[in-house]
Design a protein around this ligand. Sequence first.
Ligand code: MN
Length: 143
Amino acid sequence: MADQLVRKHDGRFHWEGVDVLAYKQEASAPFRDVTRQVLFDDPTLATQLRYFEVAPGGWTTLERHEHVHNVMVIRGRGRCLVGERAHELAQNDLVTVPPMTWHQFHAAPDEPLGFLCLVSRERDRPQLPSEDEASSLAKPLGG
Ligand code: MN
C-alpha cells in the first residue's frame, strides 16, 4: 500500500488498493451495516486514518475506551451520541470523542453516514455498556 503514492478515489467512497473490511471481528458487539477501510496505516506514524460507512438506518457499536477518536463526516447524514448528548451530523462536521466517553454513530434512515476517523495505532479494547448503562444514555434516533 505504501509503495503506491497516489491511490485514486472511484467517486463512490472506495479507493484504489484499499479493501472494504468488516467493521469488527467480534460478532458479540451489536452493530448494523457498517464497513471499514484503512486509508493510512504508516508504521512510522502513531496514528491510523480509517473510513467508516454506516448504511442508511444502520449504527455502530455503543462503546467507550481510553483511546480518542477524531472524526470528520464526509458523506451523508446521521446522528452521533457522545457522552450524554445526541448530535445531528452533516457533511464536513467534526466530532471529538474524548477518553472513556460512550459513543455511537447512526446513519439517517434514507442516507448513509460516511466518516474519516483518526485514531492511535496502539489502542485499548472497547468496553460495552451494561443494560442499565445503555438504557440511561440518550437515544440518537429518539427511540
Ligand atoms: Mn470507538
